[in-house]
Every structure is written in structure tokens, then in C-alpha cells.
Design a protein around this ligand. Structure first.
Ligand code: SF4
Length: 725
């Protein structure tokens, strides 16, 4: 990197800089080859009287960047990036972590409701941890004896990395397969598509010649990946970006395919047609490693460039140019992200169609074909591979989403209202849950309230926690022990940087204590969290006590590579890359990655589109927030104070809307009020709004149109109209 990378933003003020750079936040300065926060000058601790302690950020659910906390008298005074930690630097959210840790709104003590559900005021009363955990255990035992263990659902929202494994272990040891997470609307559908095909894309390496971001905008979603792409671009790697939005990455692209949301499958099939018909596919790879090629070739013939332009709004010549570049400038690294392409009722098949491009061009590794160096791993705390199969038949999603139930070790949570209304779930334990994550979220709010008993853990007494019978105060990542972190070949075991506020506790700690009260102490190391880390670390021949002495981590030597397998192949039924999926065939689903129009669209529902002519795209990443989190963080709220509708200036002008106007976004099921943000980020005909705002809750507008394969909702392809308030 060169000093040239410093942006014109340097001339801007702090607030403007943060806002302009978004998730890159305050981390764009280059000093001595290291990315540092230009507003936090690293200090020599001895000079300031502060002690530097190291922890991990979990202000978002994916980054896990390293933080150096400067601590004085038991309190964090400020934070700075942990310069030599593998993940970082800190984005705007990470730089605002103190406003989370010491936020006066933190939930500090266990509480119980004293008034019936439905009352305006729950009458929260402070109780001890003993009383809280004894009550939860007694209720769960009662439900288990009366109805069966499977009637208790265990759920983890966000943050997720720490509570997920112990919560899943608790569910399975208790006897319930009904453990779910927010991945029911996040990454699992994308992963399902990769599993059905046989694999995902190649990583970016020095050999990469083309990067396809379909779609991803790391500056706002995964800041740490941004530089890798910028550096690749600087060494001449071609960049194709597929995204309806004119993002920062799209502005850097050699080819930007700006498509109508939800039509990714048609675009990919059109590109496949060009690649196949022009003889640009990898015939050798296809003949050895791909099944269903002839059926796929026949199917894609209907996706002519003209038809693809009509469906996707992408100019035909651009699509053709992208297909040729993809097939001829190899190796290609396809970088996808959790949910944009699968938040549609045909999401998994669309994602499979995009994945088909790596199969026909040979841009995918065949497992076991070449020698490989095994990664670093520890024992899986959940032990779901052993514990789940005997309980599989009791899953509430088994018949509703059979492909999901076969491939995913957690239940599809999106039919929670149905599970509760039918009496299939009677009680629940929720860590970081939020009813606003679901479409028509009032249904989910009702479901939480209708449970016979519910307990939750969170940093805050959120609207969802207000629906619980008992709430528990959760410790933040800087206040708790663990979890074990692996970054490359380094292993870390973060210790608390400071004592937790009030009586907040780490999730693993209180879940283990609850397990003891449920009679499961022997399965939870008798509540000894450190012993559980020792058990997980056995494969690395390490002990938690040793790791704690090494806050900068322990290097695990690579060892000898595993030789190539004598039976290499993909983990599909045919052991080949499947353009016709054997698993889908077994479940009577079309095995080809077929394209279907979104459930609501100008094409599938033209009458509805007369009243609601704009395509509604919800949930695309914004830099200051992650889902419903951080609206109470003063630093972030200052940067992004209001819910806003991103609308193209042409669409705004046609409606007499000006920048900053109050507008009503209305769909077939409801409306919200927000500020108009006129921006070229939004393509004409498409508007965007972020989810999670209590005062502009877009999930009262989105519909319950679920993908039958994954159960995912169509958050990114519905219809709406926008007018001045
Ligand atoms: S990307 Fe930002 S919020 Fe996420 S872990 Fe890194 S610094 Fe924290």
C-alpha cells in the first residue's frame, strides 16, 4: 500500500470522515505499513498510566476484530486497534464500543416480570442469579415432564459466536432438537446452495485474475476484506460487481452489472449460456467433475441476452462482456455474502445458478484432489453430530422444510408463529432475540407472548426482552472469558478486559450454571467453564491456563500436508459438482438451478405493480448499525440519526420528493415513515431501507413469502410506493 491510499476524506472533519467512510470508519490511515485509527494515537501505556489489555470486538456479528483497551482503575478509558491481530482495523462500530459497554441503558441485573404479559408495564423486579436460574430450570423441567423436552425452543440471535455452542449443547443434552438461530434469515441458505452444488468459490490469492463480487460491499459489511480487494485491483486483477446498488466496490469495478433485485438467477443463467454456446467452458473439468451438464445446457438456452436484459434490466452487451471475462480471465474468485441473493422466494436456486458458473468454468477446488495443509481446529462444544440424529424426528421444521432439515443442524425458525400456535413449542430460552428480524414481525411478537414461559439474555431490556418472564444481563465481549478464537494458525483465549457492569455474566457461564440446575452438570464440566475450554483444546495439546498467559495468541505449526486422496470428490451424492442436485431430486424439487420471478414483481404481479411500482430492497448493509443493534449508541446515532429511504433522484423528482423530506414508504401490507435520501446508490425503480428501526419498522411491511427450499423470506424483492408524508 502507498501513502496515496489516504483519501481526500483526510481533509474532512471527524464526523464527516466517519460518515463518508462508513464501516471503514476511522481506520484508513496508513502509518508504517499498519492500518491505524487516525483519531486514536496509540499511546505508550506507561506514559499515560493506562494499561493496555487485549480483547475482541463483537459490535457486529462477523468481524471479530482485535481491540486494545486502555484500562485505568478498572475502567476502559479508550480503545484502539490491536495492530498485530490478524483481523482489523476497527470500523465505526468497533470504535464506538465504549458507548456500548458503559451505556447507562445496560441491563445490569436479572429481573422477573411481576405483571401478566400484555400489561403496559411488566413490573420488572430485580432478582438474584440463583432465583433466575432456579426458576428457569424449574419451568423447563415442568414443561419437559408435561409435554416433552422438544417443546422447549433454544434460540441465539446476535451477538452469536459466544452463546451459540453452549446453547446448542444445552438444547440437545436437555433433549430438544429445537435449537435455532438468526441464521434462519442470514447465511445458511447461501451455504445450502453451495452444499447442493458441491462447493463455493475460490479464495482470493496471488494467482487470482478476476474477482466477482456477487454481491458484496466490504467497506460497509466486512471492513477487513476491503484492502484485499483494493490490493488485488492495484495489481491488475479484474473486478466484476453484481449489485443493484452503486456501492463503493461497484464504483471500482471493471464491469458493474446493476440488476433488478431477485433476478440474479436469470443473469447467471444468461452468462452460462454465453459461456457454453461460445465454447468458453472448461470441457475437461466438466467431463471429469460435473453432473447434469447436458440438461443444464438445454435449460439455459431460453436465457438469451435480450431476454436476460428484459428480466434483469442489465444491458445485454454488459452481461455478455462479463460472461466472456469470467470464462477467459482465470482463476476467478467468486466472493459472495450471507444473504442478498437468498432473500428471495427462489433464493437457493438463484444462488445455485450463480454457483453453476464456477462449475462450468472449473473455478472450484475438488476436495482431496491435491495435497492440503489441515487448518487449526478444536473440539466442537455442541457435539451435534452425535447428539442431534436421535432427536431429528422431533424437529418442528422436519416436514415443512425437509431440505433444510436434512442439511442444517438447527431448526428453521421462520415459522415460529405457526410452531407456537400449533402447540409444537411451549417455552423458550432466547439469547439476543429480536422479533423485528422477521417479516410481518407482529406475528412473532405475538408468538413470544403466547409461550407458556420464556426467558432471555441481552445487553438491554429490548422490546423483545419485554416479552419475557425472566431476563438475564449478558456481558459484552470485553467483559467475558472466551470463546476460543482461531485466526489463521494462531489460537487465542480472550480474558475479560474489565469486570462486567452490574451483575452481567458471560453466556457460557450462565448457560453452564443453568445446565447444572437441569441435572446436566456432568455434561457441562460441573459448571467449570475453563475445563470446557481444556476439553475443546485437546486436539491442539493446549490448556486454557497456558493460553491465558499468551494474550497475543499461540502459533500452531502447520505440520506435514495431507496427501491427495485416492478418492477425491465433492461431498454430493454423486461426488461431483452437481448442476442437477441429487439431494433436491430426492425431495421432489427441480434439480436444475431454475429461475423463478420474485413472488411480487412488475412481471409476476403487474396489477399490484401499478399501485406499488418500486422494487423494495430491505436490509442491505449500512455502516453504523447491524440489524437492530446500536440505535442507542450515541456516537453511531450522531452519525446516522434517522431511518431513511434511499431513492434515486429521478424517482424522487417524479414524486416531488426532495432530500431530507419526510416520506411514507407503503407496501401491500403496511407503511413506515422515514427521511428521503436522494442517492445514485439506488438504481432507478428500486428503493432501499435498513431494517431494525423501531420507529420505521420495515418488517411490518415485508411479506411472509418463504423459499420452499430454505424457508428464507423475500426481504429483497417486494413492491412498494414512496410518497411525501
Ligand atoms: S467489523 Fe467493525 S464492528 Fe465488526 S468486529 Fe470489526 S471493528 Fe467490530
Amino acid at each position: 500500500m502507498t501513502q496515496d491510499r489516504t483519501r481526500p476524506d483526510w481533509r474532512l472533519g471527524r464526523r464527516t470522515f466517519l460518515k463518508a467512510t462508513g464501516a471503514l470508519g476511522a481506520a484508513l490511515a496508513l502509518q508504517g505499513g499498519t492500518l491505524l485509527d487516525p483519531f486514536v494515537t496509540p499511546v505508550a501505556a506507561a506514559e499515560s498510566g493506562e494499561e493496555i489489555r487485549r480483547g475482541i470486538c463483537d459490535m457486529c456479528c462477523i468481524g471479530y476484530c482485535g481491540i486494545e483497551a486502555l484500562v485505568k482503575d478498572g475502567r476502559i478509558t479508550r480503545v484502539q486497534p490491536w495492530a498485530d491481530y490478524p483481523y482489523g482495523p476497527l470500523c465505526s462500530k468497533g470504535n464506538s464500543i465504549l458507548q456500548q459497554v458503559y451505556n447507562p441503558e445496560r441491563l445490569k441485573y436479572p429481573m422477573k416480570r411481576t405483571k401478566p404479559k400484555g400489561s403496559d408495564d411488566a413490573g420488572w423486579q430485580r432478582i438474584s442469579w440463583d432465583e433466575a436460574l432456579d426458576t428457569i430450570a424449574a419451568k423447563f423441567k415442568e414443561i419437559k415432564a408435561k409435554y416433552g423436552a422438544e417443546k422447549v425452543v433454544f434460540f441465539v440471535g446476535d451477538p452469536k459466536e459466544e452463546p451459540r455452542p453452549p446453547m446448542q449443547r444445552l438444547a440437545l443434552k436437555f433433549g430438544s432438537p429445537n435449537y435455532g438461530t438468526e441464521s434462519s434469515t442470514c447465511a445458511r441458505a447461501m451455504q445450502m446452495a453451495a452444499t447442493l452444488n458441491g462447493g463455493g468459490g475460490l479464495p482470493i490469492t496471488a494467482a487470482t485474475k478476476t474477482i466477482v463480487l456477487w454481491p458484496k460491499n466490504p467497506p460497509w459489511s466486512m471492513a477487513r476484506d476491503t484492502w484485499q480487494i483494493i490490493e488485488a485491483k492495484e495489481r491488475g486483477v479484474k473486478l466484476i460487481v453484481v449489485d443493484p446498488r452503486l456501492t463503493q466496490m461497484a464504483q471500482m469495478a471493471d464491469i458493474h452489472l446493476r440488476l433488478r433485485p431477485g433476478t440474479d438467477g436469470a443473469l447467471a443463467l444468461g452468462m452460462a449460456r454465453v459461456i457454453i454456446n461460445e465454447g468458453l467452458y472448461d470441457a475437461d473439468f466438466v467431463s471429469k467433475w460435473v453432473t447434469g451438464f447436458e440438461e443444464f445446457k438445454a435449460y439455459v438456452q431460453e436465457f438469451t441476452p435480450e431476454k436476460v436484459q428484459e428480466i434483469t434490466w442489465v444491458p445485454a452487451d454488459k452481461m455478455v462482456a462479463a460472461a466472456r471475462l469470467y470464462a477467459t480471465n482465470k482463476p476467478v474468485s467468486w466472493v459472495t455474502t450471507a444473504s442478498p441473493t437468498v432473500h428471495h422466494a427462489n433464493g437457493v436456486q438463484n444462488q445455485r445458478a450463480i454457483g453453476a458458473l464456477i462449475g462450468i468454468t472449473g473455478n472450484v477446488d475438488v476436495p482431496g484432489l491435491k495435497p492440503s495443509v489441515p487448518g487449526v481446529s478444536v473440539k466442537d462444544l455442541t457435539e451435534w453430530r452425535q447428539l442431534l440424529p436421535p432427536l431429528q424426528e422431533k424437529r418442528v421444521d422436519l416436514k415443512r422444510f425437509p431440505v433444510w432439515a436434512e442439511l442444517v443442524e438447527e431448526i428453521q425458525m421462520n415459522l415460529l408463529p405457526e410452531y407456537v400456535a400449533n402447540g409444537e413449542l411451549k417455552a423458550g430460552l432466547f439469547a439476543g432475540a429480536n422479533f423485528r428480524m422477521w417479516p410481518q414481525d407482529q406475528e412473532y411478537r405475538k408468538a413470544f407472548s403466547s409461550l407458556e414461559f420464556a426467558a432471555g439474555a441481552d445487553f438491554w431490556l429490548t422490546p423483545t426482552m419485554q416479552l419475557m418472564d425472566i431476563v438475564l444481563p449478558a456481558a459484552t465481549s470485553l467483559e467475558r472469558y472466551g470463546p476460543i478464537r482461531i485466526a489463521g494458525r494462531k489460537v487465542f483465549l480472550p480474558e475479560p478486559v474489565v469486570p462486567a457492569v452490574g451483575e452481567a455474566r458471560g453466556d457460557r457461564e450462565w448457560i453452564f450454571d443453568l445446565a447444572k440446575r437441569l441435572g446436566l452438570g456432568a455434561d457441562f464440566w460441573d459448571g467449570n467453564v475453563e475445563a470446557s475450554f481444556d476439553w475443546q483444546l485437546e486436539p491442539l495439546k493446549l490448556k486454557a491456563a497456558e493460553l491465558k498467559k499468551q494474550p497475543k495468541g499461540v502459533d500452531i505449526p502447520a505440520g506435514a500436508p495431507t496427501p491427495a486422496s485416492n478418492n477425491p470428490g465433492f461431498s454430493t451424492p454423486s461426488r461431483k459438482f452437481e448442476l442437477t442436485s441429487g439431494i433436491l431430486q430426492k425431495h421432489d424439487v427441480n434439480p436444475l438451478p431454475v429461475y423463478k420471478e420474485p413472488v411480487e414483481s412488475p412481471v409476476s404481479t403487474p396489477d399490484l405493480a401499478k399501485k406499488y411500482p418500486l422494487v423494495l430492497n430491505t436490509g442491505s448493509r449500512e455502516p453504523m448499525y447491524v440489524h437492530s443493534r446500536h440505535r442507542n449508541n450515541p456516537r453511531l446515532r450522531e452519525l446516522e440519526p434517522d431511518p431513511k429511504v434511499d431513492i434515486n433522484p429521478k424517482d424522487a423528482a417524479a414524486r416531488g420528493i426532495k432530500q431530507g423530506d419526510d416520506v411514507i414508504l407503503e407496501g401491500p401490507r403496511g407503511s413506515v415513515k422515514a427521511k428521503a435520501n436522494l442517492t445514485e446508490l439506488a438504481m432507478p425503480g428500486v428503493v432501499h431501507i435498513y431494517h431494525g428501526w423501531p420507529q420505521a419498522d420495515i418488517n411490518t411491511v415485508t411479506g411472509r413469502n418463504f423459499d420452499p427450499i430454505s424457508g428464507f423470506p423475500s426481504f429483497k424483492s417486494e413492491l412498494c410506493e414512496v410518497r411525501k408524508a
